[in-house]
Design a protein around this ligand. Structure first.
Ligand SMILES: [Mg+2]
Length: 333
């Protein structure tokens, strides 16, 4: 159980899914075999998923020590790191359009409530949220507010907010030692319990004002309902898992937020004690393979720690110094 394990697990999955992201399932298994890849690719480069997760992690690390992060300074740090990512020459890893558009607005100095893409529930917000689940000692409501507002900077859709919240909480709970078998029931319970909770302290009083939504509670309930529906599909898939089939057939291709969460969980939960198998499966999917594998890796690493992955991987993965630095701060606390 470690923050370092989760950050490296995210990067390992992202790297394994990078060469397979835009390829068909049949083509991937023809090349790698039915279980998918079992090693990092040559060069072990990652994609925008890890780059943006590092942006979130480093914004969190910038907050004053000894007290809980507060909305205004944290949003300023997130904005700074997202814009730096957008302008970086290393931002050449098939980044999502929603992030590029929103970061363009943020870079011009527009407030995030104007820069955000309100119609987008792409997976770009929850593929980067797992570091929020690794910060020690955050009160639940603060963790929820941070998970959602980091999403809201680019993806203003209620489902992107709810899926980011659940993704952060899955990571947090696994880090705290929750048994894998308890995870889906706990996430479904959270959908029920949070259904009418709008994190106004963090999200402000404007984001929910979209056509067809009557109140903040009504706005966010639609997001939780989308997540609850895909968790129903996940629970059904786990009754009779098919480890050699394309997981996307059961829980979706993962281009959208709630499906990325569910399909990543499916890969992780089919192999909760074998992270390399979980990542191989997640990388060999017909959908958004790098994001699915990145999340599966973050879950597996939070639960199992660094020792569960092959020893040689840590010295090969791109951004290993930044991943190690963030993990060391949180594992020490
Ligand atoms: Mg990516």
């Amino acid at each position: 159980m470690s923050a370092t394990g989760s950050l490296f697990g995210l990067a390992y999955g992202d790297s394994m899914g990078k060469p397979t992201e835009f390829r068909r399932f049949e083509e991937i298994v023809r090349e790698y075999g039915p279980a998918g890849p079992s090693d990092l690719p040559e060069g072990a480069l990652v994609t925008d998923d890890t780059q943006m997760a590092l942006a979130v992690a480093e914004a969190l690390l910038e907050q004053p020590a000894g007290r809980d992060p507060e909305p205004e300074p944290l949003i300023a740090s997130l904005t700074k790191h997202f814009v730096a990512w957008a302008h970086s020459p290393e931002n050449n890893r098939a980044p999502g359009m929603t992030c590029l558009r929103a970061c363009g607005g943020l870079a011009q100095g527009r407030p995030w409530t104007e820069a955000t893409q309100r119609g987008s529930k792409g997976c770009g917000a929850n593929m980067r949220v797992t570091p929020v689940g690794l910060v020690p000692g955050l009160p639940e409501d603060t963790a929820a507010g941070i998970a959602q507002v980091q999403a809201a900077l680019t993806h203003g859709h209620a489902t992107a907010l709810a899926a980011s919240d659940l993704t952060a909480f899955a990571t947090r709970w696994l880090l705290a030692g929750m048994a894998p078998a308890d995870l889906v029931p706990a996430l479904r319970e959270r959908c029920r319990e949070q259904r009418s909770v709008y994190q106004g302290t963090w999200l402000g009083d404007d984001l929910w004002r979209v056509p067809g939504r009557e109140s903040p509670q009504d706005f966010i309930a639609h997001g939780w309902d989308d997540c609850a529906a895909v968790l129903d599909r996940l629970a059904a898939a786990l009754v009779r898992p098919e480890p050699e089939a394309d997981p996307c057939l059961a829980t979706g291709e993962g281009w959208i937020a709630e499906e990325a969460l569910a399909t990543a969980l499916l890969c992780f939960l089919m192999h909760p004690d074998e992270p390399v198998r979980a990542l191989g499966r997640a990388a060999a999917t017909g959908g958004d393979s790098d994001s699915i594998a990145a999340l599966a890796g973050a879950f597996a690493g939070a639960r199992l720690g660094m020792a569960a992955f092959p020893a040689g991987w840590a010295g090969r993965i791109e951004y290993r110094d930044r991943l190690a630095r963030a993990g060391a701060v949180w594992d020490r606390q």
